[in-house]
Design a protein around this ligand. Structure first.
Ligand SMILES: [Zn+2]
Length: 343
């Protein structure tokens, strides 16, 4: 049973529905054009690609050939650094971390995850689409919404039936967004909208390997689906200083129901780690991460990692918050979860 922690605000279902539909209308998740968050001071940049150099070169060429941003590979400077990793503990096939100071990108590190890209469904064209996507982030572009399948800035590579989702080259709106940041005449430059990047710090922008369309697809992909309450914000963890994609915030979750997975976890607690966090000096933000707070009641679709903590699949995509009226909504998009379909 759900315990109501806070009964002071009670909406009627109709009023709540009206609020939700308004917030959906203005949700950034339906952006047709990729928002921009920051930009380099110069529009000519050379990437140091220490591994996966062919794929990074192909990704860079997509932008160099289509936009004013003159990006290529062959550099030796780690301030714009791209390489491959093999990481089975994440749900991204590529990731970009940029350092942003007062709206200016001062460094970017891009990773291609061969744990995914070595799978047969990742053709050369698809892989080059992933590197192109991450290079798009490194130019200062955020994601478009899932509906915008003509954009290379769509967040997902495949849907859960292995059908490719993302366009493999910049769309006309991707080109417009890029050229507005990097006009041929410097004097015509516009500032990037700060969006969620308003603070100085490191920003993580993934390419998610798979888009899970609904509860059923998420459940199928999850090791563990639970309902529970956040009992503690355990704080920051990271594997190594500067390894920004390992920066996490952990919470302790008291498991009230196990909807899929290890039933022995019922009435025990688990650790859930979300992207982003701090090492005391540098703050790291995840583009798709809303950190959980103490006392929140949630439904989570989780993947187990080697160190016995759990991660939410594709971060916010698999985090649903139980509100005061008993409704269960996605933490970011407010999309409603029908928990009855899980039981
Ligand atoms: Zn992305």
């Amino acid at each position: 049973m759900l315990k109501m922690k806070n009964k002071k605000s009670v909406f009627s279902a109709a009023a709540l529905g009206a609020v939700l539909s308004v917030s959906l209308l203005f949700s950034s998740s339906v952006s047709a054009i990729a928002p921009t968050y920051a930009k380099w001071a110069s529009r000519t940049k050379v990437i140091y690609a220490s591994s996966g150099s062919i794929e990074w070169a192909a990704g860079a060429a997509k932008w160099k050939n289509a936009t004013n941003f003159n990006v290529s590979t062959g550099g030796t400077d780690k301030s714009y650094y791209a390489y491959t990793v093999n990481d089975s503990s994440v749900t991204w096939d590529g990731i970009c971390s940029t350092t942003v100071n007062a709206g200016i990108i001062t460094s970017a590190t891009l990773k291609l995850n061969t744990y995914f890209t070595s799978q047969p469904k990742y053709t050369t064209a698809i892989i080059n689409g992933v590197t192109g996507h991450e290079i798009g982030h490194s130019l200062g572009l955020e994601h478009t919404g899932i509906v915008e399948t003509t954009s290379i800035m769509n967040p997902y590579t495949f849907d859960s039936s292995n059908v490719p989702v993302r366009a493999l080259s910049p769309s006309s709106s991707d080109i417009t967004a890029t050229n507005s940041l990097y006009p041929l005449l410097q004097s015509a430059a516009t500032n990037a909208s700060t969006g969620y990047h308003s603070a100085d710090g490191i920003y993580l922008s993934p390419s998610w390997a798979v888009y899970y369309e609904d509860e059923e697809a998420l459940t199928k992909a999850a090791d563990l689906v639970v309902k529970g309450t956040v009992s503690k914000e355990k704080g920051n963890t990271f594997k190594a200083r500067g390894e920004y994609q390992t920066y996490k915030k952990e919470v302790r979750l008291e498991v009230a129901e196990v909807l899929k997975g290890d039933i022995s976890l019922l009435n025990s607690s688990i650790s859930v780690a979300q992207m982003g966090g701090s090492d005391g000096i540098v703050t790291v933000y995840g583009e798709h991460t809303t950190h959980l707070n103490k006392n929140q009641e949630v439904v989570l679709f989780l993947r187990k990692t080697e160190d016995n903590t759990y991660i939410p699949i594709n971060e916010d995509d698999s985090i649903f918050v139980i509100n005061q009226t008993g409704g269960i909504n996605n933490i970011s998009t407010q999309k409603q979860l029908d928990i009855n379909t899980l039981q």
